[in-house]
Design a protein around this ligand. Structure first.
Ligand SMILES: Nc1ncnc2c1ncn2[C@@H]1O[C@H](COP(=O)(O)OP(=O)(O)OP(=O)(O)O)[C@@H](O)[C@H]1O
Length: 323
């Protein structure tokens, strides 16, 4: 018998007033996968996670964890979660806190094991209100492990951590995933999705707009980037060159997205317009922007105005984590 997937959202919708926070989400997370939900603020990542965990009910569609009701899987300890809201920190030691939470589950993980996986063995007797932000986040991870879950769901687990704490956090998570467990995490950091996920699911305006490995996302966004100096020439001809799907001109430099970089470069060469030529594959960031841009454009059309992202993009390509 094939095993049920760890998590399923089937054509799930959820609206909050006028906002379609989940707009027909279809997602299957297979056992053993590490999946990133990648999207900007307000894309619908937390909504998807809350629906999956049974913390919210969909307007329509079906949600299942291990083939059953989310509540059942959560109560059985098969699912651990780290959500965005921090709870007040009690004045107990790390070991006491994890031990207490473990005692509420039917088949908990041994406390020493949870502490070790979370990289907390040396801090077991430290009070939890006397830890750094990164250490406190690993305590929350150990708490999420306490029920001995097969699936961990993390909503932006590292957004408040510095680079070093982030590295330690992901090292702990990898140890858990290596045991054959399933991890679903949301993030707006492209590099985090790229480094830690087997599969990236791009969420935008309550919809899944792409789903695959980083390489597949780059391929599905299409092509490469070609940049040249204009040398004072008017830029109008660039959009008509073979392969070109997008033109961005800043100062005297033109940046083209193309489906066929060979054809584009040949056409540029034929016009003797290859000064400062650069050809580069799309970065994951470029792919993300290309994959989510269509919806921005549609939203802008629907509301009759550009979005702030459009405005930012018109002046500078986004090289930062998506915010
Ligand atoms: N309880 C709620 N009531 C009203 N609107 C909500 C509620 N929860 C979410 N929304 C709206 O639904 C949309 C999706 O929000 P959601 O929190 O799922 O996005 P997100 O991708 O997790 O964003 P972030 O990265 O900021 O956490 C947003 O427009 C948000 O304002």
């Amino acid at each position: 018998m094939t095993k049920e997937p760890a998590a399923v959202l089937a054509t799930v919708t959820k609206t909050y007033g006028p906002v379609r926070a989940a707009d027909g989400l279809d997602l299957t997370v297979r056992r053993g996968e590490t999946v990133a939900l990648l999207g900007r603020n307000g894309a619908g990542k937390s909504t998807a996670i809350n629906l999956l965990l049974g913390l919210d009910t969909p307007d329509s569609g079906r949600v299942a964890l291990f083939g059953g009701e989310p509540d059942r899987a959560v109560a059985a300890g098969r699912v651990g979660a780290m959500l965005q809201e921090g709870r007040p920190v009690p004045r107990v030691t790390v070991r006491e806190l994890v031990g207490f939470v473990a005692s509420t589950y039917p088949a908990p993980m041994p406390v020493a094991d949870a502490l070790s996986l979370a990289g907390l063995t040396a801090l077991a007797d430290r009070r939890v209100d006397r830890l750094s932000g990164g250490q406190a986040q690993r305590v929350r991870f150990a708490v999420a492990l306490a029920g001995h879950p097969e699936l961990i769901v993390l909503d932006e687990p590292t957004s408040a951590l510095d680079v070093e704490a982030r590295g330690e956090f992901w090292a702990a998570m990898r140890g858990y995933a290596r045991r054959g467990n399933t991890v679903l995490f949301s993030t707006h950091y492209l590099e985090e999705a790229d480094s830690f996920a087997d599969r990236i699911v791009v969420v935008d305006a309550g919809r899944i707009v792409a789903d695959g490995t980083a390489e597949e996302l780059k391929r599905s966004a299409g092509g490469a980037l070609v940049a040249v100096d204009l040398d004072g020439a008017p830029a109008a001809f660039l959009a008509g060159l073979p392969g070109v799907t997008e033109v961005e001109v800043r100062g005297d430099r033109a940046r083209l997205r193309t489906d066929d970089s060979d054809a584009t470069v040949r056409a540029l060469a034929a016009r003797d317009a290859i000064r400062g030529l650069e050809v580069a594959p799309l970065t994951l960031n470029d792919a993300f922007l290309a994959l989510t841009r269509g919806r921005d454009d549609r939203r802008a059309r629907d509301t009759g105005q550009g979005t702030t992202q459009d405005a930012a993009r018109a002046t500078a390509p986004n090289r930062e984590p998506i915010r």
